[in-house]
Design a protein around this ligand. Structure first.
Ligand SMILES: *Cc1c(COP(=O)(O)O)cnc(C)c1O
Length: 394
């Protein structure tokens, strides 16, 4: 009886709006930095994954401009046909050295890095053990592979081992987990996962998107944080968060990286990272290799913010990273909190169901090395004011 074959979409959109679940996307009219311009107003930015402030870093901008003058803008083709430029080779060599991995391959994004890697490693007749809270791109990579997917309880090596024992009748077996879980800021128990992988003969893969440039010595990632070099077969990373640009990477065992150059579908059938992005990332690696200053500042900012929020009486959940969730409970309260913060000049997003469980809505505060101590104090005052207004704190 429908009058139009697309009416159902209109209905779905209306119901999202009615439930308060419709994405209202804000437009930023300035560089991505500690302060951004939205609707003509300068506000403090606590939403971006720009952990180190590299998105608007003068050296990185200059590197991108210089590369454009020398190489133009586009790679021209997929990597295997005519799209691999010396810049791509250099970035991959630099990233492998930075992360102390045998080899590295870059892709268009962290999302496509998962889509390239998982189906290249496992297929029909194989099995994947996946943390229940893994990122959407891992889930999609698992589905594309057509392997059997077994979800284990979040960060539970005990449940993983039980499931490993229950699912032995398969070809290859892959364990995959996020490194940092970005909604709560908790991290995977990677040493235990590695031990289980070794004991049960599984391939082990970690997606370190929020750990790249954040965890480990000078931002070398979660494998470095736990000193597990050579024991994690393959690491996914992104150049779109701490690196401040856009792109994805896979680092790990040489044979896996060689295999991805032959069988990684987003590598074979989608064009390479652009020239300015690639050059910008090369400069970002250089900056990280020269000094741990930005990474250190990110962590001290995160610690300061968390400590002061706890002193004010806020619940900051289980985070062990610079991500600080401010737990509020109901989605409506979190949305109201975010709106009022915005009126106070602080842009910090509320996150509710289905991204996080029902009743666990929150404001997620993304700290950054770009924030000055003054910035943090100003934001803390705004949180205190709104928290009292909404009776979240006394
Ligand atoms: C953000 C994220 C991605 C996607 O990275 P992009 O480079 O933005 O595509 C993949 N995995 C995890 C765990 C992430 O947090």
């Amino acid at each position: 009886m429908s009058q139009n074959k697309l009416d159902w979409i209109t209905d779905q959109l209306e119901s999202l709006k009615a439930d308060g679940l419709y994405n209202n996307i804000r437009t930023i009219d300035s560089p991505m930095d500690a302060w951004v311009t939205i609707d003509g107003r300068k506000v403090q930015n606590f939403c971006a994954n720009n952990y180190l402030g590299l998105a608007n870093h003068p050296r990185i901008k200059q590197a991108a401009k210089d590369a454009i003058d020398k190489y133009g803008v586009g790679p021209g083709a997929v990597r295997t046909i005519a799209g691999t430029m010396s810049l791509h080779d250099q970035l991959e060599a630099d990233l492998a050295a930075f992360k102390k991995a045998e080899a590295c391959i870059t892709l268009q994004s962290g999302f496509t890095a998962n889509l390239a890697t998982i189906p290249a490693l496992v297929g029909k007749g194989d099995v994947i053990f996946s943390d229940r809270l893994n990122h959407a791109s891992i889930i999609d990579g698992c589905r594309l592979s057509r392997a059997k997917i077994v979800a284990y309880e979040h960060n539970s090596p005990a449940d993983l081992e039980e499931k490993l024992n229950e699912h032995t009748d398969y070809g290859k077996r892959l364990i995959v987990s996020d490194g940092v879980f970005s909604m709560d800021g908790d991290i995977a128990p990677l040493p235990e996962l590695v031990e289980l992988a070794e004991k049960h003969g599984c391939i082990i893969m970690v997606d370190d998107a929020h750990g790249e440039g954040v965890m480990g010595n000078g931002g070398r990632g979660i494998v470095d944080h736990f000193g597990l070099h050579g024991r994690v077969d393959v690491e996914i990373g992104t150049l779109s968060k701490a690196f401040g640009v856009v792109g994805g990477l896979v680092a790990g065992k040489q044979e896996i990286i060689d295999w991805l150059r032959q069988r990684g579908r987003p590598f074979l059938f989608s064009s390479a990272m652009t020239v300015p992005d690639t050059a910008a990332c090369i400069e970002a690696v250089k900056i990280l290799q020269e000094s741990t200053e930005l990474v250190d500042r990110l962590w001290s900012n995160g610690e300061l913010f968390k400590r002061e929020m706890q002193k004010l009486g806020f619940d900051t959940g289980e985070t062990v990273t610079p991500i600080v969730p401010v737990m509020l409970g109901e989605a409506a309260l979190a949305q109201a909190f975010s709106r009022k913060l915005f009126e106070e000049g602080v842009f910090a997003m509320s996150i509710g169901f289905p991204t996080v469980p029902q009743g666990k809505a929150r404001i997620r505060v993304m700290n950054s090395a770009a924030h000055s101590t003054d910035d943090l104090e100003r934001a803390l005052s705004a949180f205190e004011k709104v928290g009292k207004e909404l009776a979240v704190i006394n």
